[in-house]
Design a protein around this ligand. Structure first.
Ligand SMILES: Cc1ncc(COP(=O)(O)O)c(C=O)c1O
Length: 388
């Protein structure tokens, strides 16, 4: 089997089974980023004021082709949290309106709902069972939460705690009169994507997770009929630009103030580099197969049935752990669970342990990227079998 691990700068001797949280960028892409930064610092005016627009256009075109969207409908944002906040703050909602999401939604995105909650909008959490037996349970649960006051559904494409692929296309199709914001933080590079056929009003996705770009590169795809209302969180030069060669959506999102644009410019680099190791469909298939095989090892060690069918997984997989027996662990942006700490400190395994769906129930999640190998999940399974 190819050993891709040396192509990443990951700490030697560590079983890094948490690509999901923040991704990990290969050495070659980091080097390309360094070159871009050096070019920027050699002639900042040339780079930022003259070359950048064309470079962003190229990056957007490559990304659009990869995710099945028109480059004109894509805006770069630094991360999915910003993508979600951008949409929520742009919506003209009224007190009493409702936004439906699920109890598998990511913490920062739940917090993003507060901006509307502070204006009297109600967040409604559809309960999606965990364990579950099929995607219809997600659809049923979301549809049951819809009322005549529902103005938006915010739904994950791949859930963070449970690593499930939610049936977002079906949800969009079943809600012709309600706009859907898909939080696709994990989807680009994990799942084959065709934003056009998903048809959501809004879709945000990270490139720094499964596309392996440097951190701070994500996109927001806004359907053409919703772009006029969309405003970036930061108002910059683009807001009063007299230019007519580009629309306001493009102008406003492309210039939010001086910043390092190299994470976005590395998108075409990462797409090409990863494809040179293995075609993208094979990367996705291999990562999925590894997550499934890794999960089987953990399930066997814990002697429990699968909590979700294999076809609902991408390259993340979670398994329930016995209920938590200590004091409630604290969530400080990410969980820093005592068992997670023990895995790292005693066994050199990095894998997130989360309280889910609620205290004292908990789970552990594995990720599979091409630098991982099955023996790494085997070592985690052994720890689970014998107790840490
Ligand atoms: C489902 C989901 N949404 C949003 C995010 C936030 O991504 P970011 O930290 O890049 O904004 C994550 C991060 O793990 C996630 O899993």
């Amino acid at each position: 089997m190819d050993d891709f691990r040396s192509l990443w700068t990951l700490e030697p001797g560590l079983d890094f089974l948490n690509h999901g949280s923040f991704g990990a960028c290969p050495r070659a892409v980091l080097e390309a980023q360094s070159e871009l930064r050096a070019r920027m610092e050699r002639q900042p005016l040339q780079f930022l004021a003259r070359d950048l627009e064309g470079l962003l256009d190229e990056a957007r075109a490559a990304l659009g082709e990869f995710v099945g969207g028109d480059a004109d409908d894509l805006a770069f944002v630094p991360n999915a949290t910003t993508g979600v906040n951008t949409v929520l703050r742009s919506l003209d909602l009224r007190a009493g309106d409702e936004i439906v999401t699920t109890d598998h939604a990511y913490n920062s995105c739940r917090n993003a709902l507060r901006w509307q909650e502070e204006r009297g909008v109600k967040s409604v959490y559809a309960r999606v069972p965990w364990p579950l037996s099929g995607p219809w349970q997600v659809v049923e649960s979301v549809l049951a939460a819809i009322t005549p006051r529902t103005r938006l559904v915010m739904i994950d494409h791949v859930t963070s705690p449970t690593g499930l692929v939610f049936p977002v296309t079906e949800i969009v199709r079943r809600l012709p009169n309600v706009d859907v914001l898909v939080d696709g933080a994990h989807a680009p590079g994990m799942l084959p994507l065709d934003l056009r056929s998903i048809g959501a009003a809004y879709y945000t996705g990270n490139c720094h997770k499964w596309l392996c770009t440097p951190k701070g590169s994500a996109f927001l795809h806004v359907r053409r009929d919703r772009q006029a209302a969309m405003k970036p969180i930061v108002y910059g030069h683009g807001l009063n630009s007299p230019r007519t060669d580009r629309g306001p959506f493009r102008l406003q999102f492309d210039w939010g103030g001086t910043d390092d644009p190299t994470p976005f410019l590395c998108i075409p680099v990462a797409l090409k580099y990863l494809a040179s190791l293995m075609p993208w469909p094979s990367i996705m298939a291999r990562n999925h197969a590894m997550a499934v095989a890794g999960r089987r090892l953990l399930l066997e060690a814990l002697r429990i049935p699968e909590p979700a069918p294999e076809f609902m997984l991408g390259s993340l997989a979670s398994v329930p752990l016995p209920d938590y027996s200590g004091e409630r662990p604290v969530h400080t942006g990410v969980w820093w669970h005592p068992f997670q700490k023990q895995l790292l400190q005693k066994h050199r395994i990095e894998a997130p342990v989360m309280i889910f769906p609620e205290f004292p129930r908990q789970l552990i999640r594995i990720s599979a990227q091409i630098y991982n190998s099955l023996d790494q999940y085997g070592r985690l399974a052994e720890v689970l079998r014998h107790g840490a």
